[in-house]
Design a protein around this ligand. Structure first.
Ligand code: ZN
Length: 194
């Protein structure tokens, strides 16, 4: 199924926050490529767009299934869109491994951004909503996104990769802005700062 078809007609779901158990446990593999999966993916695209995100994992809408969606620019500002079920990320090793430290955020901890060093290139493999193999090569923000979303499906949030000191800064930033994000955001929209 064409990805653009999955990017319309979805319903908004509330975004699950860090601390909710589903976000901190490994997910189940996708085994059924059926209407239920397509509905979930449609809803995830709609929710990601409403929250102005570049990637969204199923755990972020409370579902413990190994699937994420993305709509994300690469190092040349070219947007890539798609769905990956059962993702596995391969990262460069040896001399090819270049770490870049950039601000990273998460829709499940809205308002917090802190630098995190990650490899500047990632290859994510898995299958699409029909069960056909997919392979996504990412540079720039897309490289970061593929790693961040695959982490989610393994029960890892990016705060787990930060030092205690930086994680505390991240939490206090998010705490300061928490009042702008209703509990069911983005079903209820972000509030305007006063
Ligand atoms: Zn996230």
């Amino acid at each position: 199924m064409d990805v653009t078809e999955l990017m319309t007609g979805g319903s908004l779901l509330p975004i699950t926050r860090w601390g909710t158990p589903v976000m901190h446990a490994p997910t189940r593999r996708v085994e059924s490529f059926d209407d239920e999966l397509r509905t979930l993916v449609r809803d995830m695209f709609a929710t990601m767009e409403a929250a102005r995100g570049v990637g969204l994992a199923a755990t972020q809408v409370g579902v413990d299934l190994a699937v994420f969606v993305y709509d994300c620019p690469d190092a040349n500002d070219v947007f890539h869109r798609g769905v990956v079920c059962n993702p596995v990320v391969a990262l460069p090793a040896g001399d090819a491994r270049q770490l870049v430290s950039e601000d990273e955020g998460c829709l499940s901890l809205p308002g917090g951004y802190q630098p995190l060093a990650r490899p500047d290139f990632a290859v994510c493999t898995g299958v699409d909503v029909d069960g056909n193999p997919v392979r996504v090569e990412g540079t720039g923000t897309l490289a970061r996104c593929l790693q961040h979303e695959t982490d989610h499906l393994n029960g890892i949030v990016f705060g787990d990769r930060l030092s205690n000191r930086v994680r505390r800064k991240l939490y206090s930033q998010a705490e300061e802005l928490a009042h702008l994000y209703p509990a069911d955001w983005p079903v209820s929209p972000k509030q305007r700062p006063e």
